[in-house]
Design a binder for this molecule. Structure first.
Ligand SMILES: *Cc1c(COP(=O)(O)O)cnc(C)c1O
Length: 386
C-alpha cells in the first residue's frame, strides 16, 4: 500500500466490471468545491448560496449537545438511536417502530431503492425531480421511468405532474419518488392533488415523499403526506435535519412509515449509521421549536424580498416554498451567457448552483441567504450583469 502503482488502469477498466446500472452512472454533483473556495477567500467575504444550507445556524442547544458528546468514551453510538427515535415518534404522534434514522436522508433515499427496486423493476420519478432518485434507481440496477413535469406555462411550471406520475406506474413499478416541495425547482403540490394521486397508486407500489423542505412551507393548500399516511401503508415520508435545523454537517435524516415497511427497511440499515454527535444534536434541535420558528420566519421574509428583488431585475423567478429559488437568467440556448454570469459571481466570492446537470443551464439555483448575504448577491449580480 502507498507505493507507486506499477499497473496502469483507468476508470473505464473498473467501470466495465461494475454492475450495469453503475456502468452508466455519473456521481452525484455536489456543486462547487467549497473547501477550495473557503481557502481562496480566507479573510474575505464568501457568500455560500449553492447548497441550500441554513445561514442562521442550529439551535444553541444542539451545539451544546454536541460539545457534551466530546466527553463521551467514543464507543459505538446507540445502534437504535433510541432517544432521538422516541423524540421523533412523540413529535409526529407515531409509534417508535415507524421511525427509521439515516445518515442524512440521502442514505435512506438510496436504501429504499436497495430494498424495493432491482433488476427487472422500475422506479418512477418526475422530470426535474431531485437527482438522488435516479442515482438510487441506477445503483439498485432498476429501470428509471421519468414522468413529464408540468409545462412551462402551467401555474406550477416544472413542478411534479401527479397525473403523469400516476400514468407512468406499470405492473413492474415498485417504487415512486416524489419531493414536496421539490429541489431544484422549489415547486410543490397541494394536499388534495396528492390524496387523489394516492387513490390511484396500487398498494404494492412504495411511494416515498421526500419532505426535506417541509418546515419552510407556508402555502395554504399544502399538507405533509403524513396527514394521509394512516390510509396508505405503502406511503413513506423522509425528512432531514440538514435544512431548517441547520445540521447538514452532522448527517441526520429520518423516514416515517408503517412499522411493517420500516421493519423491512431496517434489515438493510447499516449498523450505527448515525453517529453520537448527530444523534445528540438532532434530539436537542428538535426540542428547540422556538429556534426553528425563528429560522422559518426569517427565511420566509428573505425569500419574498429576494424573489421581488430578482424579479425587479427582469429575471424569471419560479415559485418556491423552500429556502432556495430557481431563477431563469436567459432563454434556453443561451446557457453560455448564464455560465459566464455564474463564473463572474464566483470570482467575487458568491457561490450559486449551476443547473446544467438538470438540463436547466439557463437557470441558476440560489439559496436564500440572510439579509447581508442577499444584499451582497444582488450587488454582485448588478455588477456582473451591467
Ligand atoms: C437537501 C435535500 C435532502 C437532504 O439530504 P440529507 O442527506 O438529509 O442532507 C433530501 N432531499 C432533497 C430534495 C434535498 O434537497
Amino acid at each position: 500500500m502507498g507505493s507507486v502503482p506499477e499497473v496502469r488502469v483507468d476508470e473505464s477498466f473498473f467501470s466495465a466490471l461494475a454492475q450495469p446500472g453503475i456502468q452508466r452512472l455519473r456521481a452525484y454533483d455536489p456543486g462547487h468545491d467549497l473547501v477550495a473556495f473557503r481557502r481562496r477567500f480566507e479573510g474575505r467575504h464568501l457568500v455560500e448560496l449553492g447548497s441550500n444550507e441554513n445561514p442562521y445556524g442550529p439551535s444553541a442547544r444542539a451545539k451544546e449537545a454536541v460539545l457534551g458528546t466530546i466527553h463521551d468514551s467514543f464507543r459505538y453510538p446507540d445502534p437504535l438511536g433510541g432517544d432521538l427515535n422516541r423524540a421523533l415518534a412523540a413529535k409526529h404522534g407515531v409509534d417508535v417502530g415507524s421511525i427509521l434514522l439515516g445518515n442524512g436522508s440521502h442514505e435512506l433515499l438510496m436504501q429504499f431503492a436497495q430494498v424495493f427496486a432491482g433488476p427487472g423493476v422500475d422506479v418512477v420519478a418526475s422530470k426535474f425531480g431531485f437527482a438522488v432518485y435516479a442515482i438510487a434507481a441506477q445503483c439498485a440496477g432498476a429501470t428509471l421511468r421519468v414522468a413529464p413535469c408540468h409545462a412551462d406555462a402551467h401555474a406550477m411550471p416544472r413542478g411534479h405532474d401527479l397525473d403523469a406520475i400516476a400514468a407512468a406506474i406499470t405492473d413492474t413499478t415498485r417504487l415512486v419518488y416524489l419531493a414536496n416541495p421539490n429541489n431544484p425547482t422549489g415547486t410543490w403540490y397541494d394536499a388534495d392533488a396528492f390524496a387523489a394521486f394516492m387513490a390511484k397508486v396500487p398498494g404494492d407500489v412504495v411511494v416515498v415523499v421526500d419532505e426535506a423542505y417541509a418546515e419552510f412551507v407556508d402555502a395554504p393548500g399544502w399538507a405533509s403526506a403524513l396527514t394521509v399516511q394512516a390510509r396508505h401503508p405503502n406511503l413513506v415520508v423522509t425528512r432531514t435535519f440538514s435544512k431548517a435545523y441547520a445540521l447538514a454537517g452532522l448527517r441526520v435524516g429520518f423516514a416515517i412509515g408503517h412499522p411493517a415497511l420500516i421493519a423491512v427497511m431496517e434489515r438493510a440499515r447499516e449498523s450505527f449509521n448515525v453517529n453520537s454527535a448527530g444523534l445528540a444534536a438532532a434530539e436537542a434541535a428538535l426540542g428547540d421549536e422556538e429556534h426553528l420558528r425563528w429560522v422559518v420566519a426569517r427565511n420566509a421574509e428573505q425569500r419574498a424580498a429576494l424573489a421581488t428583488a430578482l424579479h425587479d431585475r427582469g429575471l424569471r423567478v419560479f415559485p418556491s416554498q423552500t429556502n432556495f429559488l430557481l431563477v431563469q437568467f436567459a432563454e434556453p440556448g443561451d446557457e453560455a451567457r448564464v455560465a459566464g454570469i455564474e463564473a463572474a459571481l464566483c470570482e467575487r466570492g458568491i457561490v450559486l448552483r449551476p443547473m446544467g446537470g438538470y438540463g436547466l443551464g439557463h437557470c441558476l439555483r440560489i439559496t436564500v441567504g440572510n439579509a447581508d448575504e442577499n444584499r451582497r448577491l444582488l450587488a454582485g449580480l448588478d455588477e456582473v450583469r451591467a
